[in-house]
Design a protein around this ligand. Structure first.
Ligand code: TYC
Length: 100
């Protein structure tokens, strides 16, 4: 029969939280503000008001958080941004970071 300390150890080992990933948009001088708002609404499902706020945050501070997702979803969002930006001739970039 395990002691209490052993139970506590088992709990620590077995409780695994899936990692989450933050997706950011990066600023540049060429992508239009309207296009960034469109990206935020279509790919990140933001309202027009939230999209406008995030776009301005990126424009002013060079980087802005668009959402937090599982790795697969985050990676897909980054790829969708890259594809849509390329198709429209904009250099817009997105990146993901593991959440601490
Ligand atoms: N800086 C761009 C401009 O002045 C707008 C912009 C905002 C570009 C956010 C990229 O992720 C971005 N047209």
């Amino acid at each position: 029969m395990p002691t209490n300390t052993e139970f506590e150890l088992y709990d620590e080992v077995e409780t695994k939280y899936p990692k989450k990933y933050k997706v950011f948009l990066l600023n540049d001088d060429y992508t239009s503000m309207d296009f960034v708002i469109d990206i935020l609404m279509s790919i990140f499902h933001k309202s027009y008001e939230d999209a406008q706020k995030i776009m301005l945050e990126v424009h002013e501070n060079d980087k802005g958080l668009c959402g937090v997702y599982s790795f697969e979803v985050a990676e897909t969002k980054v790829m969708q941004v890259k594809r849509k930006a390329k198709d429209n001739g904009f250099p817009l970039k997105a990146l993901l970071e593991e959440e601490e």
